[in-house]
Write a protein that binds this ligand. Structure first.
Ligand SMILES: [Zn+2]
Length: 145
C-alpha cells in the first residue's frame, strides 16, 4: 500500500472526477452566456458616466473574472487526475483530507497550507501555485496540456 494515497482512496475518485467535469462544463456554459450578454451590451459606445450600463458591464466583468478563476481551479484539479496526484496538496505534498475534497473537489491545498496561505495573503504575501505543480512531486517531462 502506498501510504501517500491511503487516505485519498477512501473517497470515490471517479465520482470526484465526474463532479469536476460537470463543474467545468457548467462554468464554461456560464462564461459563454456572460460573454453573449456582454457583447450585446457593447452596442452603446458613448456611455455617459454614471450610466447604469457601465455598472452592468463592470458587474459582468467581475462575474467573468470570478468564473475564470474557478475554471482554472477546476481544470487544475482535473489535470492532477491525469498525473495521478489528485487529492495531494501541491504545497506540502501530503494528502488532502477526504472531507475537504468532498466539500471542495477542486481543492489543491490541504487545510493547513490553505490556512497558511490565507495568513500570508493577509500580510500581502501572495501564494503562487507552482507553474508546473508536478515539480512539487518530482514528476517531470509532461508537456501535454
Ligand atoms: Zn499542504
Amino acid at each position: 500500500m502506498d501510504d501517500l494515497y491511503d487516505e485519498v482512496e477512501t473517497i470515490d475518485l471517479e465520482n470526484q472526477r465526474q463532479r469536476l467535469q460537470q463543474d467545468e462544463q457548467a462554468i464554461l456554459n456560464d462564461l459563454q452566456h456572460l460573454q453573449d450578454a456582454m457583447r450585446t451590451s457593447e452596442v452603446d459606445i458613448d456611455l455617459e458616466e454614471g450610466d447604469p450600463q457601465i455598472a452592468e458591464r463592470e458587474k459582468y466583468q467581475a462575474l467573468a473574472a470570478n468564473l475564470k478563476k474557478r475554471l482554472r481551479s477546476v481544470q487544475r484539479a482535473l489535470a492532477k487526475f491525469d498525473h495521478g496526484v489528485y487529492g495531494i496538496c501541491e504545497r506540502c505534498g501530503r494528502p488532502i483530507a477526504p472531507a475537504r475534497l468532498l466539500a471542495k473537489p477542486d481543492a489543491t491545498l490541504c487545510i493547513k497550507c490553505q490556512a497558511e496561505v490565507e495568513r500570508l495573503e493577509r500580510r500581502g504575501i501572495h501564494y503562487r501555485p507552482p507553474t508546473n505543480f508536478m515539480s512539487a512531486f518530482d514528476i517531470r517531462g509532461d508537456e501535454e496540456v
